[in-house]
Ligand binder design. Structure first.
Ligand SMILES: [Zn+2]
Ligand SMILES: [Zn+2]
Length: 254
């Protein structure tokens, strides 16, 4: 419940910020695909966690994973855990985001996120539910290994949501030297660029951008990409039901 309140508050904050400091002043609030993205925000924020929680409660004992609860950091204080979470988990999520782009069947699911043609904060919520299954499955073992506290996960989730909204927002802010630390609209726009406009597979940052600078995948020209998307985006389904089915149709066609 309290996360829903934060989510609503952050959403309203970015609706206002995008009106005050628009990156693209021509972009309308009720842009194309907005209703579908509102459905995504409701499904992905409210129901997906419940469904995944129920699945894990059933699966963890079946797979015997409850014995993995080692909790290397479970006795550490809030701030130690919080910093460790960002250094360890954000890097692992950056690695998983790389996989979503580089493994062809995973890319079919991640394409849903890249089907957005005009970036705004709500676009942060456009992703296929299977993507979260991938993240959760690959992060379960490290989470059990380190034993992060519930309040650390909650506040880290709020920071991730804040930076994720900011990186997708239609906002003209430049972050200066902070571009070496956190993700931003100028950086993330080039993650969504169409192959016609420049190199692909750059800027995998979710919250911290530092990984892209360390591993040579950062690409932040002074101008924005002229077009977003991927090869064949013209024929990609524009609404949520079609986008949920499309990756499975693609896999069935192989
Ligand atoms: Zn991506
Ligand atoms: Zn994105």
């Amino acid at each position: 419940m309290i996360y829903s309140v934060w989510l609503t508050g952050l959403g309203l904050l970015f609706v206002a910020a995008e009106r005050v400091w628009p990156r693209n002043p021509e972009q309308r609030l009720l842009r194309r695909g907005i209703l579908s993205d509102l459905a995504y925000i409701i499904f992905n924020s409210e129901y997906l966690g419940i469904i995944l929680g129920l699945i894990s409660i059933e699966l963890i004992p079946i797979l015997g994973l409850q014995h993995l609860q080692i909790g290397l950091l479970s006795k550490a204080g809030f701030w130690t855990q919080f910093v460790a979470f960002f250094l360890i988990f954000d890097f692992l999520q950056w690695c998983i985001h790389n996989l979503l782009h580089r493994v062809s069947w995973l890319w079919q699911f991640h394409k849903v996120h890249h089907s957005i043609k005009e970036l705004d904060w709500i676009g942060n919520w456009r992703f296929h539910w299977f993507e979260i299954v991938v993240y959760r499955s690959l992060l379960y073992v490290p989470a059990a290994l380190f034993g992060f506290r519930g309040d650390v996960m909650f506040w880290a989730g709020i920071v991730n949501t804040l930076v994720g909204h900011f990186a997708h927002a239609n906002m003209s802010w430049h972050v200066g030297w902070l571009k070496y630390v956190i993700n931003s609209p100028e950086m993330h726009a080039w993650h969504h660029n169409h192959p016609d406009c420049g190199p692909m597979n750059r800027n995998f940052a979710l919250t911290l951008s530092v990984w892209d600078w360390i591993f040579g995948t950062a690409h932040v020209p002074a101008h924005d990409p002229e077009r977003l998307g991927f090869e064949g985006i013209e024929n990609y389904p524009e609404q949520l039901p079609g986008q949920f089915i499309e990756p499975f149709r693609d896999l069935a066609r192989r």
